[in-house]
Design a protein around this ligand. Structure first.
Ligand code: NAD
Length: 361
């Protein structure tokens, strides 16, 4: 039985007010899901994207929606929006190392100039603004798991610095705009998120492993595979972003949003192999410089202030993601050991996951 996405999303509310909302990076993986969600709750959405890593495919279904507008724009330039703006979600930035390291100077400018331009817009319009920050602000953490109070362990001159330090500078700008101009800010520190619409072969663990498994290619693990990640399904994350945005103005964050269930990279590879029925082997490669060894959020703040905890089990999220990629990579459905997207979603109707869903309300 098909699970209507709107049923899931409704549990994150209710938010009776309707807003005029700008989503930068709205054609990307997270941004496009956020646009879906905001339109479903009745917002008018202006999606702003330069289509660097995002795609019109992600928002094609929205283009005829009467409350949806797409504006092709680079956030490194000031953004002009006519009329009122109630909410701004700043997601514009390539998120995977392959993409953000391709043009590191451009990435740093997107982080910093993008944040400054959007904060200027928020200040001019009196809008709330939420920054999509990242667990990368913790760098290769010396404490584990990571609470928001941890100030991080970042290499400022390494190959990841364009992203890590860019996001840290953006956070600084957000808090300076609050102190200086009283802009209503929200900072979300997003941990690894996965789900449909991730780019294929972008170097992120889940998408890479799934695509390699579906193609029958060896799964590439950098390092021994003992390094851990915590994986949050996209619907959980979008619910968290919305709850943070709609929280009282005194709640600024930074607020970790991620799934505290820690999984080793090798374990995730094995789960994906099992769920896809793939016979792919595992190919161990040297660990890239500055690759964090452990990563897990402390989400007490999100739980206490937003009533948010992730609800979707890794296995259910993986099934849905595998179903998406199995269509993308052109596999016949019966070649992989997963059902189609509808039945993958229907699995979430199990009493257990249904109970947990209520945690968002
Ligand atoms: N996916 C994750 O696990 C994760 C984790 C932590 C933080 N984040 C943050 O969330 C945000 C969205 O990530 P995502 O996974 O959807 O990545 P994504 O690459 O799919 O989306 C980013 C979007 O921003 C757009 N963009 C990039 N530079 C731009 C610019 N200068 N002007 C306008 N648009 C621009 C891209 O075209 C793309 O559509 C990013 O800011 C990222 O840093 C993501």
């Amino acid at each position: 039985m098909k699970v209507d996405r709107r049923d899931r999303y409704r549990r994150a509310g209710p938010f009776p007010e309707r807003h005029r909302t700008v989503v930068t990076g709205g054609a990307g993986f997270i941004g496009s899901h956020l646009c879906d969600r905001l339109l479903q709750r009745g917002d008018s959405v202006i999606c702003v994207d330069v289509l660097q890593t995002g795609s019109m495919d992600n928002i094609r279904a929205l283009l005829n929606h009467p409350k949806f507008a797409f504006q092709r724009h680079d956030v490194r330039e000031p953004l002009a929006v006519s009329g009122p703006v109630d909410r701004i979600y700043n997601l514009a930035c390539p998120a995977s190392p392959i993409h953000y390291q391709r043009d590191p100077i451009g990435t740093l400018k997107t982080c910093v100039l993008g944040a400054a331009n959007l904060l200027e817009l928020a200040n001019a319009k009196g809008s709330r603004i939420l920054q999509a920050s990242t667990s990368e602000v913790y760098g290769d953490p010396e404490i584990h798991p990571q609470p928001e109070a941890y100030v991080g362990h970042v290499n400022p001159i390494g190959p990841r610095a364009c992203y890590d330090e860019g996001k840290r500078a953006a956070e600084a700008l957000f808090f300076d705009y609050r102190r200086t101009h009283e802009v209503a800010i929200k900072v979300a520190r997003i941990f690894n998120t996965y789900g449909p619409r991730m780019l294929e072969e972008d170097g992120r663990v889940v998408s890479n492993f799934i695509v390699q498994a579906l193609r029958g290619e060896p799964i590439t693990i950098y390092g021994s595979g003992a390094q851990t990640r915590s994986f949050c399904f996209i619907d959980d994350l979008v619910a968290g972003l919305e709850l943070l945005m709609e929280s009282p103005e005194t709640v600024t964050g930074p607020c970790n949003l991620g799934n505290p269930e820690e999984t080793s990279v090798e374990e995730i590879a094995r789960r994906i192999l099992a769920l896809t029925g793939s016979r792919s082997g595992i190919d161990l490669r040297p660990l890239p410089q500055d690759d964090p060894k452990r990563r897990r959020p402390v989400i007490d703040r999100a739980a206490e202030t937003l009533g948010w905890t992730p609800k979707i089990r890794l296995e259910d999220g993986l099934r849905e993601t595998i179903a998406y990629f199995s269509l993308r990579v052109g596999q016949r459905k019966d070649e992989v050991n997963v059902a189609n997207i509808e039945s993958a979603r229907a699995r979430r109707r199990s009493p257990r996951s249904h109970d947990v869903e209520r945690a968002h309300t």
